[in-house]
Design a protein around this ligand. Structure first.
Ligand SMILES: Nc1ncnc2c1ncn2[C@@H]1O[C@H](COP(=O)(O)OP(=O)(O)O)[C@@H](O)[C@H]1O
Ligand SMILES: [Mg+2]
Length: 303
């Protein structure tokens, strides 16, 4: 078992991006199982407010206590929410019975919860963020050690993915703006005439660098430190697989962000069967191609 030090902070991986139905919960559940089978202690948290279904993906009954009970102070500690699963090393926390409690969470409260999650007795905490780009979702995504974007090889999903990256980027820039008190620089750079091709975020940061080299390089470093991973789900051909590489290069060129292509998942009808049976795919269909897909992805994510 991998527990070098119980006091060390556990790694938080957040799974988000795009719309509903792209496979975020599938990825969260099966990545969690993969890590648990490798001997890591994992806590999986369902933050998909619109459609909490991690417990279904893992074959568990509807949870009794959820993160909303902690937010509304019905329980004192996050630890009380942890429910074991039949899979060794894997437990879950449900966060989704009361949308309002989480949606109205104050910034300070959110930071507190995030730091508590990082101190759970686990090697990994995986967050299923659900769809959308609300401030909470973006903050959980940004604070995680790894932000994993799941998408389908379809034009609409590709658009949604860029929209998500843009929202995350913007949220991060806004938070830096407050820290470095550079709102005026950002505004000035946004409002001043930009040359041809200069409307990209990378060009914006260049512009800020020209006005104030020190702040410019600070922001540049912070933005470059964003760690995004991409997973293409429901792949049916080599050209579907290749979409991951083009997204990676566009994101680098446009946003100046190095995104890792964590890998792809084949389209596999057994996913649907496992959902229907309410059983985790990796356990129910050990011969599915997806098992190999997940092993490759998790190895990549761990490296
Ligand atoms: N690789 C795949 N092959 C076949 N069907 C898939 C695959 N991934 C997802 N699906 C189907 O898409 C549905 C939605 O997946 P889910 O993980 O619930 O998406 P999300 O959490 O993003 O809303 C699943 O119930 C399943 O039927
Ligand atoms: Mg989901």
């Amino acid at each position: 078992m991998n527990t070098e030090n119980n006091n060390s902070k556990c790694k938080i991986w957040a799974i988000g991006g795009g719309k509903g139905g792209v496979g975020k919960s599938l990825v969260t559940a099966n990545t969690s199982i993969c890590l648990a089978l490798m001997g890591y202690k994992v806590v999986t948290i369902d933050l998909d407010l619109g459609g909490a279904n991690i417990h279904t993906c893992l074959g568990l009954p509807i949870p009794q206590k959820t993160l909303s009970d902690y937010i509304t102070k019905k329980v004192d500690t996050i630890e009380e929410l942890i429910v074991p699963t039949p899979i060794k090393n894997l437990s879950v926390i449900s966060g989704a019975q009361d949308e309002l409690a989480i949606a109205n969470m104050k910034q300070a409260h959110k930071s507190k919860i995030l730091s508590k999650l990082g101190r759970l007795d686990a090697d990994f905490v995986l967050l299923d963020l659900g769809a959308g780009t609300t401030a909470n979702t973006l903050d959980f995504f940004l604070t995680a050690d790894k932000g994993i974007l799941v998408m389908l090889p379809e034009p609409t999903s590709i658009e949604n993915t860029y929209r998500f990256i843009k929202s995350v980027y913007h949220r991060k820039l806004t938070s830096l703006q407050e820290v470095y008190e550079i709102e005026y620089l950002v505004n000035e750079a946004m409002n001043s005439k930009m040359g041809k091709n200069a409307t990209t975020p990378t060009a914006l940061i260049e512009k800020i660098s020209q006005m104030d080299p020190k702040v410019g390089s600070l922001i540049k470093t912070q933005m470059e430190n964003l760690n995004f991973q991409i997973i293409i789900n429901q792949v049916r051909s080599q050209s579907d697989i290749d979409i991951g590489f083009s997204i990676k290069s566009v994101t680098k060129r446009y946003f100046g962000i190095d995104m890792d292509y964590a890998g792809y998942l084949d389209y596999d009808p057994s996913v649907w069967q496992s959902v229907k049976k309410r059983k985790p795919l990796l356990m129910e269909f050990p011969n599915s191609k997806l098992v190999t897909n997940f092993e490759k992805i998790v190895t990549k994510l761990l490296s």
